[in-house]
Design a protein around this ligand. Structure first.
Ligand SMILES: [Zn+2]
Ligand SMILES: [Zn+2]
Length: 484
């Protein structure tokens, strides 16, 4: 397992105000964290600062904690089921910080106590003078493991990378025009950001291709569906052969993304899975940003938990096409929004009805009896047009650039709505509902709202595909096409 840390922008502000002093001296403080457990990465999510009271720390050259301060913080963290983070500043430096001997000895001396009281390992963090964070986690016998990144999640998404574990890639000739748009430093950070695209339909495929072409080293794509003949009017690059050979959507997306990738050693991860299954969610928790290109309420509900509870921004978008009663086109509207602390969630921005999550989870949206009796407006729409899907993917990708590159210092714009008939772009404003359980769970990590469960419909589709692939004639065709 690799280790990382993350915090909401509000906590970053509060900690920075305390740790970066006007007099330029080092300072220390404690905080609590929750754990987010992915398949290969554990992330400590800093969720509350516990600033020192009088006499709990000394500020003189090397600032130091008192034992009483640690005992108070550990007791408080334990009562909330949280862990303890010990933080200090290096005001004169920048970038990922290593520990000095005194840093090492101070953190090590409290690691055992904290583990005893909270049952969770002590996390240490250092804040450099320019706002760069670094992190490590201590095991019970006092050995630290360095983190690979710290992300600060607000309208501006900022990551400090541990260059030893996640070295900055050298940009190459193929990326010249891209790098000249935002500079080497931003590109080196963007390239290391792991982005997962959930849903490999028309929008997801387009987004995945463009992220790979931009030079991101690791792009994941998750879908459980197979390529069918009705998909060929919008899965650009998929062929009738893919249908005949019973290929999955991720297999096709992966093949096309590898070809489009410009990173020196791209890692395109094909996840034949559903985000609704616990294993699919765990795989998603290894990523830094998720792009939601699914339209069903259940997967969108699950992504709505992760955006807040696990501090992994989710960029979601969708299109609605209206037709007149005679079947001609009235309008098309596409909306995109970034879900993260401080922005309205999918329920508050009226993209998702919490009741529909359960309806979908129970399989009712695939049940003919339910569909016949339901209000057609409440059912997922089936219209999907390749020429307009590009509008959705363009808006999603523009939101991605605002989040990560922040042109002129502007971060995410909030929910956007584009109306085709009049060609108007609206900025929508939604308040957070008072009882919103999704947004109340910021940085809750593994204590997130549980919406996952066995996704039976996904299992059926995967089993049906495997059965088709196992037919002798398909096996032979697949073997012959390998490498083609
Ligand atoms: Zn230090
Ligand atoms: Zn909400």
């Amino acid at each position: 397992m690799t280790f990382s840390a993350a915090m909401p922008g509000t906590i970053d502000n509060e900690l920075s105000r305390h740790l970066l002093r006007a007099d330029g001296q080092e300072d220390v403080c404690l905080a609590t964290y929750a754990t987010s457990t992915g398949s290969t990465r554990t992330t400590a999510l800093v969720n509350a600062a516990l600033l020192p009271e009088r006499g709990e720390r000394a500020v003189h050259g090397n600032a130091s904690f008192t034992g009483d301060y640690f005992v108070r913080a550990a007791a408080q963290a334990a009562s909330l089921g949280r862990g303890v983070v010990a933080l200090h500043s290096h005001p004169g430096s920048r970038g990922w910080q290593l520990m000095s001997r005194p840093d090492h000895d101070a953190e090590r001396s409290y690691a055992h106590l904290v583990q005893q009281v909270t049952g969770k390992p002590l996390v240490g963090m250092t804040l450099a003078g320019n706002g760069d964070w670094s992190c490590r986690v201590w095991d019970a016998v006092g050995v630290p493991t360095h983190g690979e990144s710290v992300r600060v999640v607000g309208d501006h998404f900022r990551v400090t990378w541990n260059d030893q574990l996640r070295p900055a890639p050298k940009s190459n000739d193929r990326q010249d025009r891209t790098v000249s748009a935002w500079g080497e430093e931003i590109h080196a950070s963007l390239a290391r950001t792991r982005v997962l695209v959930v849903g490999a339909g028309s929008v997801g495929l387009d987004v995945g291709l463009r992220l790979a072409a931009t030079g991101l080293i690791q792009v994941g794509v998750m879908d459980f569906d197979s390529v069918e003949i009705v998909n060929l009017d919008r899965l650009v690059g998929a062929t009738a052969t893919d249908v005949r050979l019973a290929r999955s959507k991720v297999e096709v997306a992966g093949r096309l993304m590898v070809r489009a990738a410009t990173a020196a050693n791209p890692k395109i991860v094909e996840l034949d899975a559903s985000i609704c299954d616990p294993a699919g969610l765990a795989a998603a928790l290894d990523y830094d940003i998720v792009i939601s290109c699914v339209d069903r309420p259940w997967p969108r509900g699950v992504l709505n938990t992760l955006a807040y509870a696990d501090l992994i921004p989710v960029i979601d978008g969708g299109i609605g096409i209206d037709t007149f009663d005679d079947g001609t086109m009235r309008n098309a509207t596409w909306r995109t929004h970034v879900l993260l602390p401080g922005q309205p969630c999918l329920c508050c921005n009226k993209q998702l009805d919490a009741g529909e999550i359960q309806t979908d989870k129970l399989g009712l949206l695939d049940d003919p009896a339910y569909i016949n009796g339901a209000d057609p407006e409440a059912l997922p729409k089936r219209q999907n047009v390749a020429v307009l899907a590009a509008g959705v993917s363009a808006s999603i990708l523009a939101q991605f650039v605002s989040l990560t590159v922040t042109p002129s210092g502007f971060g995410v714009p909030g929910p956007l709505s584009y109306s085709l008939s009049t060609h108007t772009l609206d900025h929508l404003h939604f308040p957070t509902k008072k009882d919103c359980a999704f947004e109340a769970a910021v940085a809750a990590g593994d204590d997130r709202l549980v919406l996952t469960g066995e996704h039976t419909a996904a299992r059926h589709i995967q089993a049906e595909r495997r059965a088709r692939q196992a037919r002798p004639v398909t096996r032979l065709r697949r073997a012959l096409s390998r490498g083609a």
